[in-house]
Design a protein around this ligand. Structure first.
Ligand code: Z57
Length: 835
């Protein structure tokens, strides 16, 4: 359909084209206009939530104008685009970010003040967009920020969950999950009711012969669900480029409900059909690093992948180019294996719907996709049962079998008579039932495979994907170390530190070129600079202390060392090691004379993070932390020497308060288990130090900042296998200090010991898979070194400033440029007016 306005009328359009506000007066005009018209309120009926709504609408109007121009520019340039497919985008709040990226926060602050509002209170009104679990989802959000800021033509594709990650409440020390309904008022999305795709499920495959005498497969029957696009504008920092995040929402193909059924009296089944359709995008699966293999999850994956590919292919077909040019126009990145069906779907589109030959189609597919692996944990590697795929996606299963056949044939040609190699690398696992190994399918269907930190990329090449390195050669496998956006994680979360840094680097350029941070190292001995640095950290700690008081009711001393571990609760991340260490500290303090006690370093142990609702052990860990807190925090002998806090409902906006207030953060996973970690980067960037294992990005952080500026401990990844073996065969004794901790828990000091028996026996009786006992002593010793180092505040501040100055490498801008050059082969499209 041709929808362009004819030439003669275009002048009128240009004359009346919207421009958005350009100054404070204009901003206030827009806010009041939105209050009085869009919201149908007035100055006598305008609370903070109305101010938030009106302010957001004013900024949204500006974004959407830039968004339109950016999309026109990309279409006109007709170059290659990147599509980032992720089941999770953990965006957090949008308003503060939009104001800062557009560079109008100061204007909004004074405008809102004139209208009677404090900007901080207005920002606080916004509900987090929490469409993700943890690291993987937040990484996708940082990538979107960098892609837009670097002017890359790129889209994100995801699902518009009606419920994001659950809200966590702590009741009597236990986690309770509450649904996160976040769409009541969301000014940041634009429903595109005209952009819909019909998605097919179930049915069967019929073979027929076409006019040319060729056998073709027809996928017929089954059920159809409609995908509706919702677009979220993604503003770049200091550039007019505004990219798009397209989220799909499911609804019944017949509209509201099936009118035929409805009119014939079959109300119930017509409403049931509607509800079944809407269920697909209803809720985010709350598991981090765990695959549970549920049918609805597979439906989500296909629904999202099929809608996105339809959209991408539709856009390509408009260009009327030959199919072989598809990979010159389109790069698709698979964020983990969750979107791997896209490989199969594109092959299906090309051979079944567009009539290409298998080999020609497969070439296009492989050159289009890249696959990022985020974990080596076996329980997180996706497998789908063959019968389930057969039932839900019968044609796709046939194509998967063909992909596997041709792949195994090529392996056999290259490595004749290595029978067990074929079994090891087969995309189909010969189990009962048979399973499709999604990571293998993703590798075979992509031209590049990357890990997310150096150690992790080495590990996947030498362990889980070793055979594939032999088969495809080493060049297919690469590393792209993760990064974080300095806009949200420094400028937005820590405005005073950002200001102080710019006063020394001479500009805000470090926010777009993070290596500029190294300029502050020249000022490490500048008295006034150091004083301001310390004041900022203190102020951030005072702010967190207020939050702790308000949310947990605990008084903490802001001069104490704040020791923070905030991340998803998982045995491999070892919050249990941390809390056992806290108990040890408590017992040691209790055993001291008052005089000796008075010499000890004050500490606040701060925990936060969600446990997957079905992860019983993780819930026990939360319970133990809370029970330890309720004993320690009211112990008169201890006072301010030790406080233990569990912060409820850790999320992106809380991270923005917690991270800038940390002195020490814990990244203490069993070596080899944390693929990268990204909060480690955020903490150091905000002037905190790390206690951590030689794992994931900790290793590269050490390389960058220097080993004197980080507290490393514990066994190395090369040693893990042997140590586990020693546990299994009883050649291991539990550290005596850890035994004392266990004895105290078993005495009932922290409540009914029955509740914590499993945490203890996992270490003592069941092989200590995460090597808590092996690392305990070295952890305690290193914590003592931390106390000693913190006592020398001058040296501590030197470490912090030096570390921050050397963190440039960890910008997600560097990371995105590496993907763009090494994997996507895309170029920025720089608009006039980009800084
Ligand atoms: C997730 O958050 C990560 C990996 C996964 O396989 C899944 Br599922 C969820 C995390 C890793 O655990 C982190 O180490 C890593 O920093 C992050 O992904 C981003 O790469």
């Amino acid at each position: 359909v041709e929808a362009s306005i004819p030439e003669p009328q275009r002048d009128a359009w240009l004359k009346h084209s919207a421009h958005g506000f350009t100054n404070k007066d204009g901003f206030e005009n827009e806010v009041v206009r939105h209050v009085e018209t869009t919201l149908a309120r007035s100055m006598f009926n305008c609370d903070e939530s109305a101010a938030y709504a009106a302010c957001s609408l004013a900024f949204r109007d500006r974004l959407i104008l830039e968004w339109n121009r950016t999309q026109q520019r990309h279409t006109f340039a007709d170059g290659k685009r990147l599509y980032y497919l992720s089941l999770e985008f953990l965006m957090g709040r949008a308003l503060d970010n939009a104001m800062l990226n557009i560079g109008q926060k100061d204007l909004a602050k004074s405008g809102l003040a004139e209208l009677g509002f404090r900007i901080e209170d207005v920002i606080e009104q916004e509900h987090d967009a929490a469409l993700g679990n943890g690291g993987l989802g937040r990484l996708a959000a940082c990538f979107l920020d960098s892609l837009a800021s670097l002017n890359y033509p790129a889209w994100g594709y995801g699902l518009r969950y009606r419920y994001g990650i659950f809200k966590q409440e702590i009741i009597d020390g236990y986690q309770v999950e509450v649904p996160d309904y976040w769409l009541d008022f969301n000014p940041w999305e634009f429903p595109r009711h005209d952009v819909t795709v019909d998605i097919q499920f179930y049915g069967n495959v019929r073979k027929s012969t076409n006019e040319a005498g060729k056998t073709v497969s027809n996928w017929e029957g089954g059920e159809v669900v409609k995908a509706v696009a919702y677009d979220v504008p993604i503003p770049g920092y200091a550039t007019p480029s505004t990219n798009n995040l397209r989220l799909w929402s499911s609804k019944a193909a017949s509209g509201e409900f099936d009118f035929q059924k409805f009119n014939s009296g079959d109300y119930e089944s017509s409403v049931a059909d509607q509800q079944r359709a809407e269920t697909i995008s209803a809720v985010l699966y709350p598991n981090d690093n765990l695959d549970r293999g549920k049918e609805l999850r597979l439906k989500q994956q296909y629904f999202w992948v099929a809608a996105s590919l339809y959209d991408i292919v539709r856009r390509f077909k408009k260009s009327k180019r030959p199919w072989k040019e598809f990979p010159d126009q389109v790069a698709i990145q698979l964020n983990d294996t969750h979107p791997t069906l896209a490989v199969v779907e594109l092959q299906r589109i090309l051979i079944d719907l567009e009539g290409l030959e298998w080999d020609e189609a497969w070439n296009i597919v492989v050159n289009t996709f890249g696959y990022t692996n985020h974990t080596v944990l076996p329980e997180a590697l996706e497998k789908w049962s063959v019968p389930l795929i057969q039932h839900l996606l019968p044609r796709h299963l046939q194509i998967i079998y063909d992909i596997n056949l041709f792949f195994l044939q090529s392996v056999e040609r290259k490595f004749p008579d290595s029978r067990d190699l074929l079994g090891r690398v087969s995309i189909i696992e010969e189990s009962q039932p048979k399973m499709v190994r999604m990571a293998f399918l993703a590798i075979v269907g992509s031209h590049k495979v990357n890990g997310v930190a150096e150690l992790h990329s080495d590990l996947i090449k030498t362990t889980i994907f070793k055979d594939f390195v032999e088969i495809f050669g080493p060049d297919k496998f690469t590393n792209v170390t993760n990064g974080i956006t300095p806009r949200r994680w420094l400028h937005q979360a820590n405005p005073r530190l950002s200001e102080l840094i710019s006063s020394k680097t001479g500009s805000k350029n470090f926010l777009t070129d993070l290596n500029e941070l190294n300029k502050i190292e020249l000022h490490v001995n500048d008295k006034a600079f150091r004083k301001e640095w310390a004041d900022i950290k203190h102020a951030n700690k005072v702010r967190l202390a207020k939050h702790i008081k308000a949310s947990a009711g605990i008084d903490v001393d802001p001069t104490a060392l704040f020791d923070v571990q905030v991340k998803r609760i998982h045995e491999y991340k070892r919050q249990q090691l941390n809390i056992f260490g806290v108990i040890h500290r408590y017992l040691r303090l209790k055993a001291m004379s008052p005089q000796e006690r008075a010499k000890q370093q004050k500490r606040v142990a701060i925990f936060g993070g969600k446990a997957a609702p079905g992860y019983w052990m993780a819930k026990q860990i939360i319970h133990l932390i809370n029970n330890v807190g309720s004993v320690v925090n009211k112990d008169k002998d201890i006072g301010d020497l030790l406080k233990v806090v569990f912060l409820e409902d850790y999320n992106v906006s809380k991270a923005e308060i917690i991270i800038p207030a940390s002195d020490l953060s814990e990244h203490i996973s069993t070596a080899g288990t944390e693929a990268s970690g990204t909060s480690n980067m955020k903490f150091v960037l905000n002037g905190g130090l790390i206690i951590g294992t030689c794992d994931g990005a900790n290793i590269e952080i050490t390389r960058e900042i220097g080993e004197n500026n980080i507290f490393l401990f514990g066994t190395l990844s090369e040693e893990v296998e042997d140590l586990r073996h020693a546990h299994t065969y009883g050649r291991h004794t539990i550290d005596p200090e850890l035994q004392k901790v266990f004895a105290e828990i078993e005495k009932g000091t922290f409540g009914n010991m029955q509740d914590f028996a499993a945490l203890i026996s996992a270490v003592r009786d069941h092989g200590d898979f995460y090597l808590v006992s092996d690392d305990f002593k070295s952890y305690l010793d290193t914590q003592d070194l931390v106390d000693e180092a913190y006592r020398n505040q001058e040296e501590w501040i030197t470490k912090c400033i030096t570390s921050v100055s050397r963190m440039g490498f960890f910008s997600s801008d560097r990371c995105i440029n590496e993907y763009a050059d090494g994997i996507w082969n895309i170029e920025p499209l720089i608009p006039k007016g980009a800084a």
